[in-house]
Design a protein around this ligand. Structure first.
Ligand code: PGA
Length: 251
């Protein structure tokens, strides 16, 4: 576990292979010119991971997957297994992103099963949680994220195998970022819940990211919060200058 903030680029289903290589090439040039103060990771579409991993080998830029199956292998057409991600050079995987939960009906129990499998091969699991606008408006935000944590995070969690990403669904891809006060309130509750789930010793130093319309303009104030261990960046991670500016905003 590191004290440094972690900035993760979630490319989602964007870009051709040439775009992926150009983006990573640009990021590597910036990293070589100036070592970032944070840990940096990109999560390309699965089909581009091999090409990207080839470029970032022996650099400080890490590669992660955007999802994996809960089984380590088997008859699951179109799915990606955790050991395959590991073999290509991934050292982390995002699990339970709200787009997976919404578009693929993923439950917290399924996210938990995926996390168990991913950790068995050594992957860091970045477990995403967050409330919808309706849940926030009904005053249920803390209850929703707390129960997502209880149901999605496996028992053997520690800071080496777990990162939590708080991503309010209403802030993802909408240009509507949660306010610093909203993030501070929810991150405090997440740390408290994780302390109960992991035990205070193991939970010390747990990285809890914020995600949802993070840009160079709002990154500094969000990353200045002690409870915010980094950012999960979607749209702005597709532009090297923007992603780099967010990395540079780390204290
Ligand atoms: P966004 O996506 O930065 O485009 O809002 C964040 C995410 O979904 O991880």
């Amino acid at each position: 576990m590191s004290d440094r903030k972690l900035i993760v680029g979630n490319w989602k289903m964007n870009g051709r292979k040439s775009d992926a290589l150009a983006l990573v090439g640009d990021l590597l040039k910036r990293i070589q010119a100036k070592a970032p103060r944070c840990d940096l990771m990109v999560c390309p579409p699965a089909i581009h991971i091999d090409a990207v991993a080839g470029l970032v080998a022996h650099t400080s830029l890490a590669v992660g997957g955007q999802d994996c199956h809960q089984a380590a292998s088997g008859a699951h057409t179109g799915d990606i297994a955790a050991p395959m991600l590991w073999d290509l050079g991934c050292r982390a995987v995002i699990l339970g992103h709200s787009e997976r939960r919404a578009n693929h009906g993923e439950s917290s129990a399924l996210v938990r099963a995926k996390a168990v499998t991913a950790r068995a091969v050594g992957l860091l699991t970045i477990i995403a949680i967050g409330e919808t606008l309706a849940q926030r408006d009904a005053g249920h935000t803390i209850d929703v994220v707390s129960s997502q944590l209880r149901e999605s995070v496996p028992e053997d969690s520690d800071t080496d195998n777990t990162v939590i990403a708080y991503e309010p669904v209403w802030a993802i891809g909408t240009g509507r970022t949660a306010s610093v006060e909203q993030v501070a309130e929810v991150h405090k509750a997440i740390h408290a819940e994780m302390k109960v789930l992991m035990g205070p010793k193991k939970a010390a130093g747990l990285r809890v990211l914020y995600g949802g319309s993070v840009t160079p303009a709002n990154a500094q104030s969000l990353l200045a919060l002690d409870t915010v261990g980094g950012a999960l960046v979607g749209g702005a991670s597709l532009k090297a200058d923007q992603f780099w500016a967010i990395a540079e905003a780390c204290p």
